[in-house]
Write a protein that binds this ligand. Structure first.
Ligand SMILES: NC(=O)c1ccc[n+]([C@@H]2O[C@H](COP(=O)([O-])OP(=O)(O)OC[C@H]3O[C@@H](n4cnc5c(N)ncnc54)[C@H](OP(=O)(O)O)[C@@H]3O)[C@@H](O)[C@H]2O)c1
Length: 382
């Protein structure tokens, strides 16, 4: 399996590389990062990819001057991945960059691979319909890596598409038991301390506000062609069940595993082959888990409602939701706004959003850029 990992130095990317060690058939064709040249240098030495692309120019120069590349071709332009994928007839791409920077590139890559394993949820939230259509045209399989969506993907493959409802679970994040009053002065450090998952900064804050679930509702709708009113979110602090699916006759199926991203990544990489072994440390021991509990979504956050409303209103609302959230989260991390302002700012942006019907990736990026500017202005006046 010829594999490229976009975002190899991130939380998902490093795990995907680690998982590849257990797959003899895996050839690391290319890895891409932005600027973490020290970790990238270690990855080049350990995994010996044919190509390594680092986008930031000064990090590229440092890497080029300081390391012996041992046959790896070091590049500075992310677009080179298009030519590489085409030339080497790549099988599998893992899209694990953050934000919208790779939206266009991810979209272009769909036609150049057989399987696109996508963690970059922003691509699906912004352009899910375009992605799914293009994948269908080119016979490319899109496999979500988000644990909930990978769970749904597995459940739907096993049990069929005639379900009446799907459920996404949420750990509830670090502030699950907090009142609105207690949340007034929480710091970025507290919000970054997720009780279950180790993830990049933005998605960790999104888990604390539950905005991550808003995006996951939108993702699920686009990936599985399900309307918002058939998608439910349930708080499940143990994060053992990732997704559930219900059929009209009352049949109910749940997808369970330990909350470790290595599990969906590996299962996606081996295409669900049940005869392949996973390390014993990822196996569930019910004596240790003891109980599974469920609750309603916290009353203090309107996040899930934002996601369902954005789907209902359609057009550019999901794009506006993502752009507003990204700017608000960054502003919170830079201590420009308090925690509760994140969802307040998003709400204001959504209330004033004048929707359009974006038809192309360029249209989408235009909306994204305009809403970012509007949100930055709003942050300045808060
Ligand atoms: N972490 C999880 O458990 C998890 C679960 C589900 C979904 N996701 C989604 O997966 C995606 C990645 O999440 P993460 O937690 O792995 O993020 P992360 O730890 O912040 O890693 C982001 C990766 O993208 C690279 N990158 C960022 N900007 C780039 C640019 N302009 N050009 C090239 N590379 C760039 C980073 O390179 P540098 O290191 O050089 O900056 C890094 O390799 C996100 O969309 C997230 O929502 C993550």
């Amino acid at each position: 399996m010829k594999l490229a990992i976009l975002g190899s130095t991130g939380e998902i990317g490093t795990r995907a590389l680690k998982v590849s060690e257990s797959l003899k058939e895996c050839e690391i064709l290319a890895i891409i990062c932005n600027k973490n040249w020290k970790l990238f240098a270690e990855q080049i030495t350990k995994y010996n990819p044919r190509y390594a692309i680092i986008r930031d120019s000064s990090s590229y120069k440092k890497l080029r001057n300081q390391m012996h590349l041992n046959g790896t071709k070091l590049l500075n332009n992310a677009d080179d991945i298009l030519e590489i994928s085409d030339k080497h007839k790549i099988d599998t791409i893992i899209g694990a960059t953050i934000g919208t920077t790779f939206l266009r590139l991810n979209y272009e890559l769909i036609k150049l691979c057989k399987r696109f394993l996508i963690a970059n949820k922003e691509s699906i939230v912004l352009a899910g319909r375009l992605f799914m259509k293009k994948a269908a045209r080119h016979g490319t399989q899109i496999v979500p890596l988000d644990s909930e969506h990978f769970g749904l993907f597995s459940l739907i493959n096993a049990h069929g598409t005639d379900f009446s409802r799907i459920y996404l679970t949420a750990s509830g994040g670090p502030f699950r038991t907090y009142s609105r009053n207690q949340l007034k002065n929480v710091t970025p450090k507290q919000a970054l301390n997720h009780p279950i998952w180790k993830m990049g900064a933005r998605i960790t804050i999104d888990s604390a506000t539950l905005m991550n679930k808003a995006f996951e509702v939108i993702e699920a709708s686009y990936l599985f062609n399900v309307p918002g009113d058939k998608i439910k979110v349930v708080i499940h602090p143990e994060s053992i069940i990732h997704a559930m699916i219900e059929y009209p006759n009352g049949a109910f199926f749940a997808q369970m595993s330990l909350p470790r991203m290595e599990i969906p990544i590996k299962q996606a990489m081996i295409n669900g082959n049940r005869n392949r072994n996973i390390s014993p440390k990822y196996r569930m021991d019910f004596h240790q888990i003891k109980q599974l509990t469920f609750d309603e979504v916290n009353g203090w956050t309107p996040a899930v409602k934002f996601g369902i409303d954005a789907l209902k209103k359609g057009g550019s609302f999901p794009i506006a939701l993502n752009a507003a959230d990204e700017v608000a989260v960054e502003s919170f991390l830079q201590k420009k706004i308090p925690f509760l302002k994140i969802t307040e700012i998003i709400e204001k942006i959504l209330n004033n959003h004048k929707p359009v019907e974006p038809k192309t990736i360029s249209d989408i990026l235009d909306v994204d850029s305009n809403v970012r500017k509007e949100t930055s202005e709003l942050v300045k006046h808060n």
